[in-house]
Write a protein that binds this ligand. Sequence first.
Ligand code: ADP
Ligand code: MG
Length: 959
Amino acid sequence: MASTNYHRASLRSERQIPTARGSVANASVRTKPASSKRSVAAGSLRASIDDENADSGRVRVAVRLRPKNAEDFPFDADFTDCVELQPELNRLKLRKNNWSSESYKFDEVFTESASQRRVYEAVAKPVVESILEGYNGTVMAYGQTGTGKTYTVGRLGKDDPSERGIMVRALEDIIANTNSNFDSVAVSYLQLYLESVQDLLAPEKTNIPIVEDPKTGEVSLPGASLVEIRDLDHSLELLQIGEANRYAANTKLNTESSRSHAILVVHVRRSLKKKEENDASSLASALNGDLPSFSMPIVQKSKLLVVDLAGSERIDKSGSEGHMLEEAKFINLSLTSLGKCINALAENGPHIPTRDSKLTRLLRDSFGGTARTSLIITIGPSARHYSETASTIMFGQRAMKIVNTIKLKEEVDYESLCRRLEYQIDYLTSDMDRQQKLRDTEKEQMEKKLKAYEVSLTDAEKKLVVKSEDFEKEKIHLELKIKSLLEELNTQKGENNHLFEEVVRLETCLKQSKQHQLENSTYQKILADTTQMYEKKITELLKHLEDKNSHYSTLEAQMTEMQQQLNDNQKLLQIKEKVIDELQQEMSKLNKEAESKIQSLEAQKNELLLRKESLNKELKALQEKLLYEEMQRRTLEDDIVKSKNALNDHSTELEYKRSHQMDSSIRSASVLGGALNTPKPNKSRETISTQRDTISKIFEEVGLSNIVGLLKSEDLDVQIHAVKMIANLAAEDMNQEKIVEEGGLDALLTLLESSENTSIHRVTAGALANLAMNGLNQDLIMSKGGARLLAHIASRTDDPQTLRMVAGAIANLCGNEKLRMMLKEDGGIKALLGMVRSGNNDVIAQIARGMANFAKCESRGIKQGYKRGRSLLIEDGALNWMISSSTTFSAPIRRHIELALCHLAQNVSAEDNARDFVSNGGVKELVRISQESSREDMRNLASKALNSNPTFLAETRGV
Ligand code: ADP
Ligand code: MG
């Protein structure tokens, strides 16, 4: 228990309005896998909305009355109980004797019939929700032995799950709302007896020391076993082991369990990041050259204490425990010192004696510290225990005055941040190495290719030289051959000419000798022979000439062919030279390309090195920024605490103002008993108006349209909170018009129609109930089919809180004269009657109020002359219910029903109504009201109705 003891609460709603501030932004990033299962705790509408809004750090105190048992009866058969509960007012009357009693107000009053579930939802669930959001929390039971502390807190409900107590239900909720991949849940279970801490999960460990962190003041028990929970069965198993060990330890110590304190500690550790995806994407962006998107890994470490205290009765009274006086002092030391601390805190004392006992040291954070704390005090009905009951109630009253400073237990997860950064640097370094290697091999390959090209080029050059030499040689050879052939041809020509001359000469000779033949016959014969011989010789010569000629033409053909070949070869040579040129050009181009590529690779390498350096610098800068932001966050947190205090003051004022100004019947539908803040009538009017300005400023900054926009969010949790904010705003007349203008009403109706979620149904109906306080809005809600939607929800759920909101909304619509017919046609009255099945007093109070409103409008309509015929209310069968239940319920409900009956009865001109009244036994009821009603105006109204109607008068005579 911190000695800085009177701080105002922190505002959870503020934390969830998305702003640029660190922790708030983080909170909105978070994903909650099972958030859809969450619901706001039971309790009145106003209470739940206020809780969310003002999020008071005040210790919440509920009182629970144990049913009478066999022990009470023989003694108390003739006595009346010493307590009387007024759960609808959250009040408890403590009767000292027949003529004096005191009344006390609590946050919640549970009658003997309250279910374990309702107690859990109202007392412990808000604390468990805080734990899941990263705050510490405590749920503690206080009371006399035998009043039901262990029943409320520690019951396992193995055979009957409806009997399960707070410990089991809290663990179940925590397991369902955490993700075992990112979060961890671990428990310790301890017993404190005679100022010694014993481990209930390992009973051999006794006298475990309590250790305090000198810096943070955080209390821990390193010697106790801390068991990580796998699932619900496992946690049940642990609770069972603890229970068995508690029983065994107490038997061994020869004491009752009522003298020891049992403490369950649940450690919840949650990581607020989606890990793999983020790492992968930031790496990918790093490789693309972007700055990696940087979101801090946050870890929340919260702790839930569930405490089943020892019996609060005086030890000398319960007596025979066989302890020595010294021991007896010790037994009560922890409880006595808890009482002293609570007193000191409640009275704002200068010194809080926290260090006096082990219990107060363990509960240091729960009272006057940073935890959200709920206390349930248990009492028995018996008048025999008047003084114990009275002291328990006083303990609760004092505890209600303590206000804790709720603090978020979250910190940057430096370990995982470091791991992530190291991983990124390693990845970048190895990537750089890989790139370098790639460049080296590429360079090598280029060089190899270049060499190969050079070799093939010299080869080609060599081949070219050899070939051109060959060609040269062949050319010379061919030229020589041509020359010799030409010479031969020339000699052949000379020879031919010579032979031709010879032939000519021989022919002339032949001519001459022929002439001589004639002259000389002898000569003739010789001549003939000579001629013959010459002729032969000529033919031979001719033939020879022919041969020579043909040989000559062959040679000529050969020569042309050779010349042709020579030409071809020369052409080939030219082509080859051209190819060599091209190859040389290509090679120089390749050389240039390789050079430029190597240069660019080198530039890339330099760039990468620079990048690595700049990344390292950025890392350092980020780390510095982190430190700076951490400091800034702290200052901001201080600021927030201050503004929260101011706002909290303001809420109190507003509440006070409301309770004094509002039409009680309508506003109570939205308030529904939640006004926990005590009024401070001494504050001035100006303060109230400046504070109202402050609140409207806050909403102006966030923007109503943004809040309305959030109604369409994908995240259910966000949706629920947005509806709650709108519901709160709608409670102020001045905001209603704006909400409708911004499309809030349409969005709420769409949400009510489309959502399957009970929490949404409940808070949306609450918001509509607030909007339906205004006549203009009533028209709009009706014309947009709101009544039909509300009737539909009423038929689908059995959740009393939802039904209360729906009934409240319809009850407000019942107060509009113009909409009567439409409301009936849309099933509004039928829906009201249908909700009677819930049996819940708060729901029935709204139903009764709605009927009173409706009946009032009807009778007004008849008086003004535009309504006649049978009452719509009677037509839908409400009369029967009203008559049969007018004496069944508590005073406020009764008053509504009586009022409705009186209005219906006043409708004298409509004979139908009078007949219905008579046939349903309504006249008898009117007579009863006129005589017995607790309110005079009601008695007068009933008498007036009776006397003004002859049918009734005739019937009374019969009665
Ligand atoms: P304490 O722990 O305060 O000494 P217990 O939880 O042991 O009291 O309750 C005493 C007895 O009364 C038990 O038998 C318990 O089952 C019964 N009891 C207590 N509260 C209730 C309740 N709300 N409904 C039914 N039985 C109850
Ligand atoms: Mg007990």
